[in-house]
Write a protein that binds this ligand. Structure first.
Ligand SMILES: Nc1ncnc2c1ncn2[C@@H]1O[C@H](COP(=O)(O)OP(=O)(O)OP(=O)(O)O)[C@@H](O)[C@H]1O
Ligand SMILES: [Mg+2]
Length: 328
């Protein structure tokens, strides 16, 4: 069985191809900026202009013809509406052309399911991406959220700080690089509230420090990482203790960060848990995770036949713990 997956929730347009759980292609292109943040209409335009090229790149990487595709999965939400529409329209276009069904996929759940390729069986998942920061574990039919950010996602938090510093989007990799040169740990607020964290106050504090011009950017980047990554590692550890689970799995673009991986790895080692983290191409937004999750859904009968795709819509605000999981 061959499933095509389309990702378009935000900055990245991706097309992945999966055959029986194996990734055959993971083509993508990401909208970036030199200084400002992401503009939804501009990102949507980026997707529209690149979709055909990415699609054919994926087909050729997988070495298949489009007629061989059994179903077309797409990211239905959550995400930026103009971007989501590009992905859905493309999915419908292909569905009509190939007369194949469409599989709507929740983007966040795809970030988590792709972690299965690492060998994790029943993990606590730390999902840290642009818009989301959640500690999740699967229990009786749903992914349950044990803790989350009370305001903004950790990636958006880092990206906004980077925008204040004038270093462009995405900020994560640039902050990680700057942090390596940081030497002084600057005191900034540490905000863990039960199993949740809060980031907007820390962002204001960092902005004030930046504007005071008393601190160098590397030290701020270093302190940001040490502080905020310690907060999410602490909550992850508590989730492991509470659930009694013995595995931690990272997901989402921020999990590309080597320092965050190191902190989590040390925490797991100290409490005898196993640590899992997919490779960067599968952490950041990508079409493979949509195809992979699409296959799980398709095999379980969760798809829309091509004759009924008219009523299919996007779901910009769908939450991870709203979605019923019938295939596990
Ligand atoms: N090395 C890194 N260190 C920290 N953050 C990083 C790193 N690499 C990427 N990021 C951050 O990852 C985020 C993008 O991740 P991803 O593609 O999973 O998120 P998203 O799709 O924007 O959000 P969501 O999945 O919640 O809709 C950006 O905020 C980016 O700055
Ligand atoms: Mg994402």
């Amino acid at each position: 069985m061959i499933i095509l997956g389309i990702e378009s929730t935000a900055h990245t347009f991706g097309v992945g191809i999966v055959k029986d759980g194996k990734i055959l292609a993971n083509a993508k292109k990401t909208y970036t900026t030199e200084t400002g943040g992401i503009i939804p209409m501009e990102a949507a335009k980026h997707h529209r202009e690149n979709k055909e090229e990415i699609y054919f790149e994926a087909l050729s990487a997988a070495g298949i013809k489009e007629e061989e595709i059994d179903a077309i999965a797409f990211s239905q939400g959550p995400g930026l509406a103009p971007c989501l529409l590009q992905g859905m329209h493309f999915a419908k276009e292909l569905s009509e052309k190939l007369k194949k069904p469409v599989v709507p996929v929740n983007h966040c759940i795809a970030h988590l399911e792709i972690g299965r390729t690492t060998g994790a069986k029943d993990p606590v998942m730390l999902y840290v991406s642009g818009a989301n920061t959640q500690i999740i574990a699967y229990a009786s039919g749903k992914f349950r959220v044990f803790g989350e950010t009370l305001d903004i996602g950790i990636g958006n938090f880092i990206d906004t700080f980077a925008r204040y510093a004038g270093i462009g989007f995405p900020g994560g990799p640039k902050i990680e690089k700057l942090a390596l040169e940081g030497k002084n740990l600057i005191r900034i607020p540490y905000k863990v509230k039960g199993m949740d964290i809060a980031l907007s106050g820390i962002l204001t504090n960092l902005r004030q420090k930046l504007e005071s011009e008393k601190y160098n950017l590397s030290d701020l980047a270093f302190s940001l990482q040490e502080n905020v990554f310690a907060m999410i590692t602490e909550v992850s550890e508590r989730a492991l203790a509470h659930t009694g689970k013995k595995e931690l799995l990272l997901g989402g673009g921020v999990a590309c960060n080597k320092r965050l991986q190191e902190m989590c790895r040390i925490m797991c080692k100290e409490r005898g848990a196993k640590f899992f983290c997919p490779e960067n191409n599968l952490l950041q937004d990508n079409g493979s995770m949509i195809a992979y999750t699409g296959e799980l859904l398709f095999k379980n009968g969760n798809f829309v036949p091509f004759k009924n795709i008219k009523n299919l819509d996007i779901a910009p605000r769908q939450r991870t713990d709203e979605v019923e999981i019938k295939y596990r």
